[in-house]
Ligand binder design. Structure first.
Ligand SMILES: [Zn+2]
Length: 322
């Protein structure tokens, strides 16, 4: 996992980086411990299931990691740690932050409070989520498309999926967005522009404003749509990134279209958190207005399906600290 917290009783949780971990735990017991054989053992608490977790890959500091500079990650540590947390196999068994869970699993996590946290993070960081989605697809993602994507994600209860976690939120949102219309979107990706302009059927072209438009050749009820058929989780131990595959297809009458563009996008577990941090450093008036605008759009949809996730909460803020 890519996040940790300091005690079961606390609600706030943190991005897992070496600096954040050592700063917040002050390298003190019970966080800094030793294994039975005397090796360094770094511990914290799982933000979802409250079990102890062990922090691995803490750079060269433990003197054992040859793979530095891999990112640290947390792994459940199912033993009682006096003074920190007791192990709870039942909450562990339904925890979504366990390592090998696929982003597309339909299995729901056991902790509904964490489902609400996913929605709060989505509302709070809607502008960043939209930016990362736009980068993946290669289009600007206008308001209507953004609303459709978010509504699909929430109405299908994908936010409850064990595979949807704070660190992968933008990628999970698009993975679960099913099949969405791209007509009228502004394209930013040159390869996508080429693919659309050079498609043998010539039904769609990119106009002078870089928007996808139909041509006179396009038959009635033709369409151009995107979906993400595949996601592959990377390997925390080797530093291999995650990948997600985009397909853009041309449609007409038949339920299945012909793929005209395919792209595999790589991303690391810390990309979302890093982008949030970068955006926070540019808190210009226009950036704040942009954040507010997209948050309000996401909030309306959350309020339609899960109003309880935003009540009793300080301005619907997530508990993530970077
Ligand atoms: Zn857990």
């Amino acid at each position: 996992m890519d996040i940790f917290k300091l005690a079961p009783s606390r609600q706030d949780y943190f991005e897992l980086t070496e600096v954040s971990y050592f700063t917040r735990t002050q390298r003190r017991p019970p966080y800094s411990a030793k294994t039975k054989s005397g090796k360094p053992l770094f511990l914290a608490v799982c933000p979802e299931c409250n079990n102890p977790i062990e922090i691995r890959n803490l750079g060269p500091i433990d003197g054992e990691n040859k793979n530095y500079p891999l990112r640290p990650f947390g792994k459940h540590y199912i033993f009682d740690v006096p003074g920190l947390a007791l192990s709870n196999p039942i909450s562990y068994s339904t925890c979504s932050l366990r390592g090998k869970i696929s982003i597309g699993t339909r299995e729901h996590r056991g902790n509904d409070e964490f489902n609400k946290e996913i929605l709060r993070l989505l509302v709070e960081q809607a502008a960043v989520v939209r930016d990362l989605i736009a980068t993946c697809i290669g289009v600007t993602v206008g308001q209507t498309l953004f609303e459709r994507i978010i509504e699909e994600f929430i109405s299908r209860e994908a936010y409850k999926s064990k595979g949807v976690q704070p660190a992968n939120l933008p990628y999970a949102v698009i993975y679960w967005s099913e099949n969405q219309n791209l007509w009228g979107q502004i394209v930013n990706d040159n390869k996508l522009i080429e693919a659309i302009n050079n498609d043998k059927f010539g039904w769609f072209k990119i106009n002078a404003d870089c928007k996808i438009q139909s041509t006179q050749l396009a038959p009635f009820k033709s369409g151009i749509r995107f979906y993400f058929p595949q996601h592959r989780k990377g390997n925390d131990l080797s530093g291999e990134p995650n990948t997600i595959t985009l397909c853009i297809a041309r449609y007409h009458k038949e339920p299945l279209g012909e793929v005209i563009y395919r792209k595999t996008i790589s991303y690391y577990n810390n990309d979302f958190f890093n982008t949030i941090r970068r955006e926070k450093n540019y808190q210009s008036e226009s950036a704040l207005a942009k954040n507010k605008r997209w948050s309000e759009i996401a909030m309306k949809i959350v309020m339609k399906y899960r109003p309880d996730s935003l009540v009793d909460y300080n301005k619907s803020e997530s508990k993530l600290s970077l």
